[in-house]
Design a protein around this ligand. Structure first.
Ligand code: SF4
Ligand code: SF4
Length: 64
């Protein structure tokens, strides 16, 4: 499966900032896991900009 977003699970400290900025409510934070809903995500990049430790990036390999 190719996800729209790449998330570095090892770097992430699960602060929840990206969840708050996503305009499409596409990010869900579970116990020690961050899940991006590809149905909702538009790859707007706002979560990438907001993440203080750069744990998120747009996956260019994924189809539109
Ligand atoms: S903003 Fe970054 S560090 Fe915080 S939960 Fe999201 S991906 Fe993880
Ligand atoms: S790229 Fe935009 S729509 Fe996709 S998860 Fe990040 S903030 Fe949400």
């Amino acid at each position: 499966m190719t996800n729209k977003m790449k998330h570095n699970q090892d770097r992430c400290d699960f602060c929840g900032v990206c969840v708050g900025v996503c305009p499409h409510d596409a990010i869900e934070l579970r116990e020690a896991e961050l899940i991006v809903d590809d149905e909702r995500c538009t790859r707007c990049g706002q979560c990438v900009q907001a993440c203080p430790i750069h744990a998120l990036e747009v996956n260019d390999e994924a189809g539109v």
